[in-house]
Design a protein around this ligand. Structure first.
Ligand SMILES: *[C@@H]1O[C@H](CO)[C@@H](O)[C@H](O)[C@H]1NC(C)=O
Ligand SMILES: *[C@@H]1O[C@H](CO)[C@@H](O)[C@H](O)[C@H]1NC(C)=O
Ligand SMILES: *[C@@H]1O[C@H](CO)[C@@H](O)[C@H](O)[C@H]1NC(C)=O
Ligand SMILES: *[C@@H]1O[C@H](CO)[C@@H](O)[C@H](O)[C@H]1NC(C)=O
Length: 335
């Protein structure tokens, strides 16, 4: 049964009920092979679905114009109502909006200027299931309220924040944050984790509602580059953050401790698929590969949520096309 159908059935039986839904975080890989083909042209040229594909005939990175169709097919078939993307250029954001359809809307800005330049970390939500209350963006740098790059980072980096309300169940309000940390600077990643954790704690304390965070951390949970993950999960202390940001999102000193929980560990074990790596590159499986788990879904320790399932899914279809160099991470959550 689809989550929202289950919610509806429960609604008939009970004066109050929690709402279950599915979300995804997916690094789409920026459009590195632009070819000006419209979404409608791509859709019109899709093969008959009853015809067997030429198995594993394509290997290398394919143009976004093809990959976007695979992304959309996958997400639509999963029945998600909330999607966090990373690495999306404005044309990719607009393509996803077109492919997901008019039931959907999105928030986010281009990281290079706070408008449309550079990659977005957008949050897409299904309007029939989720209401947008507010949204904002901050830069994961030393000057978070202006487009800026951390010294030594490869790129400008942002976090997109949305206050959302479920339209099902108890109409729970929640805060959703989506980010993409730097690929070159571990110091940037540690700062980003510290800023986002600080903001997430502010949301937890001031709203007393669930806080969910998704992101491509560009770094794994273990090993030399695990600083961001360890700060996020409370294993190591945060680094110093911008004072203006710290003042704006301060919480009373007696507020409870707060950190983030990895939903891969929180969901019932049998509901966690064993598929592990979220970054695969456009490469075939091999024991020497650089496949890594670097894309995550977290929930705040203030609670208000349960993780019902967690799945990393292949981005490959039978013809060999990889929809991205990352895989989508699906989480089933009840608020
Ligand atoms: C795509 O369109 C742009 C501007 O409309 C043009 O400059 C570019 O050559 C086109 N690229 C291809 C591959 O057709
Ligand atoms: C979301 O953010 C955009 C850009 O900052 C802003 O223009 C818009 O009004 C915001 N929407 C809501 C509902 O807060
Ligand atoms: C903190 O961030 C604000 C806003 O981005 C900026 O104006 C200020 O200079 C920063 N403070 C420091 C010490 O860098
Ligand atoms: C949810 O947020 C909206 C907007 O801030 C507020 O009006 C409403 O009272 C909130 N609902 C609950 C149950 O807290």
């Amino acid at each position: 049964m689809r989550p929202h159908v289950l919610s509806f059935v429960l609604a008939l039986c009970s004066p109050w009920y929690a709402a279950a839904f599915r979300l995804v975080t997916y690094n789409l890989r920026f459009d590195s092979i632009p070819n000006n083909i419209t979404v409608q042209q791509s859709l019109a040229s899709l093969p008959d679905p009853l015809i067997q594909p030429n198995y594993l005939s394509l290997t290398a990175e394919q143009p976004w114009s093809l990959r976007r169709i695979r992304v959309a097919e996958h997400l639509i078939s999963e029945g998600i109502i909330l999607a966090a993307f990373q690495e999306a250029l404005i044309r990719q954001v607009l393509d996803m909006a077109e492919l997901l359809g008019s039931d959907w809307d999105w928030v986010g800005v281009g990281r290079d200027n706070g408008i449309v330049a550079g990659e977005f970390s957008p949050i897409f939500y299904k309007k029939t299931d989720i209401l947008l209350i507010s949204n904002d963006t901050f830069w994961t740098s030393d000057t978070p309220f202006e487009p800026s790059k951390f010294p030594g980072a490869g790129s400008f980096r942002i976090c997109t924040v949305a206050h959302l309300q479920l339209k099902t169940g108890d109409r729970t309000n929640f805060t959703f944050l989506n980010t993409h940390m730097d690929d070159q600077s571990d110091a940037q990643r540690r700062l980003a984790a510290s800023l986002i954790l600080y903001r997430a704690r502010f949301e937890a304390v001031t709203t007393n509602k669930p806080v969910l965070v998704t992101g491509d951390f560009n770094s794994p949970p273990t090993g030399a580059d695990s600083g961001a993950y360890n700060i996020f999960t409370g294993v190591t202390p945060p680094v110093a953050i911008n004072a203006t940001f710290a003042a704006k999102y301060a919480v009373p000193p007696q507020s409870p401790a707060f950190s983030m929980l990895d939903l891969r560990a929180e969901a019932p074990r049998r509901a966690v698929r064993s598929t592990f790596a979220t970054f695969t590159g456009f490469t075939a499986p091999s024991i020497t590969s650089s496949w890594q788990r670097i894309d995550f879904v977290f929930g705040g320790t203030n609670g208000g949520w349960t993780a019902d399932g967690y799945r990393v899914e292949s981005s490959r279809t039978d013809d060999g096309v990889l929809a991205s160099d990352h895989r989508p991470v699906f989480a089933d959550v009840t608020l």
